[in-house]
Write a protein that binds this ligand. Structure first.
Ligand code: FAD
Ligand code: SF4
Length: 320
């Protein structure tokens, strides 16, 4: 890795000042340090944000819970209130990587982690996402890639929390240019849909402060399928959230990870599920709607039936 300066920020505004034009924020470092070692990034300065007060706490409001961007995945996994009120979030956190990684990995770093495409992660491959002129995955080994994309890069978003927050209709609060922006998960990843260079919508210097989760969906669930049982990213992940009143779904939301550059959601599917009972015919039709426009590549067609099964199983888990 290239030499860099190191500075510790004590407030969000000092973090912005310290990062200057060519710095990078470091939280748990699980993603960033790998990128530095592989020469994918060469920031002039690393700005440690872990000493910024207040970003490592969870606030339990009456209608909305606020999770600071420095809260670790292990905290999400172990928090008893989250386990009971937001079981889908607990399940997503518990599936991430390994206990050691979860102990240091943060919510902000998880949302902002870069592509896991193996061509992107190889230092000598200069693909589209690294300002090259070719997507190596498109006509090559694309078994881990997207079923949907809005641009020529087919690398999917792999953040399990991104999909789960999308299903929970959470808002990311981002400090950008001195202002607090409030983004849905669709907005947080919108640039990755539109532009092959982007991993998310953050601009240089933008700092994720917190994620706000409304408590209007007391039922939630998360499932993923991976090559390995632990210590692996998902081949496909699925999160669902809703209320379930008198045997009928209220405000249902389904979001999938690892099949699109954004958490994959379809309004049509959510609208179809509204007011429906949870049975096998209903969930199968919702899965059909979610996957109707999937465009499998040579090696990832297996993701379509896998996603279909995960959607059905995740939705049925909302029954309790
Ligand atoms: C073997 C393995 C398996 C894994 N499996 C999964 C999985 O199944 N699902 C999953 O979701 N993840 C998985 N991960 C990824 C892991 O969860 C992320 O790497 C980790 O959460 C990143 O958090 P961090 O705090 O270490 O981020 P860092 O490495 O510190 O930062 C990551 C990126 O986010 C930026 N950043 C960090 N915090 C902020 C902030 N507050 N504002 C703006 N930018 C910020 C950094 O500049 C950097 O670009 C896996 C990782 C490994 C090694
Ligand atoms: S999928 Fe994206 S990251 Fe992977 S090789 Fe193609 S352009 Fe690069």
């Amino acid at each position: 890795m290239k030499a860099f300066e190191y500075a510790t920020a004590l407030s969000p505004s000092s973090a912005r000042d310290l990062i200057a034009d060519n710095g990078a924020y470091i939280a748990g470092g699980n993603d960033l340090l790998g990128r530095l070692k592989e020469y994918l990034d060469a920031p002039a300065r690393l700005v440690n944000i872990k000493a910024i007060p207040g970003l490592d706490t969870i606030q339990y409001g009456d209608d909305c819970w606020t999770i600071g961007s420095l809260v670790t995945i292990a905290t999400l996994e172990k928090d008893e209130k989250i386990r009971s009120a937001l079981p889908g979030l607990h399940q997503a956190a518990a599936e991430i990587a390994s206990p050691q990684i979860r102990n240091v990995a943060t919510v902000g770093g998880n949302l902002a982690q870069h592509s896991r495409c193996w061509y992107y992660r190889q230092r000598d491959v200069q693909c589209l996402k690294k300002n090259g002129d070719l997507c190596y995955a498109r006509n090559s080994d694309n078994r881990y890639h997207s079923l949907f994309s809005g641009n020529d890069c087919i690398s999917p978003v792999v953040s399990s929390l991104g999909a789960t927050f999308a299903a929970l209709d959470a808002t990311a609060v981002v400090l950008s240019g001195g202002q607090e922006l409030r983004w849905s998960m669709a907005e947080f990843y919108a640039d990755a849909w539109k532009m092959h260079l982007a991993h998310n919508s953050l601009k240089p210097g933008d700092l994720i402060l917190r994620v706000e989760i409304p408590l209007s969906r007391p039922r939630s669930a998360y499932l993923q399928a991976s090559d390995k049982h632990v210590f692996d990213w998902a081949l496909v992940s699925c999160a669902a959230a809703a209320d379930y009143v008198d045997g009928k779904l209220v405000s249902p939301r389904v979001a999938l990870g690892s099949i699109s550059p954004v958490p994959h959601q379809m309004d049509k599917a959510n609208q179809f599920l509204e007011g429906k009972p949870l049975d096998s015919t209903t969930v199968a039709h919702a899965a059909d709607l979610l996957l109707a426009n999937a465009r499998p590549l040579e090696h990832n067609a297996y993701k379509v039936p896998m996603a279909h099964a995960l959607i059905c199983r995740t939705l049925l888990k909302l029954k309790g």
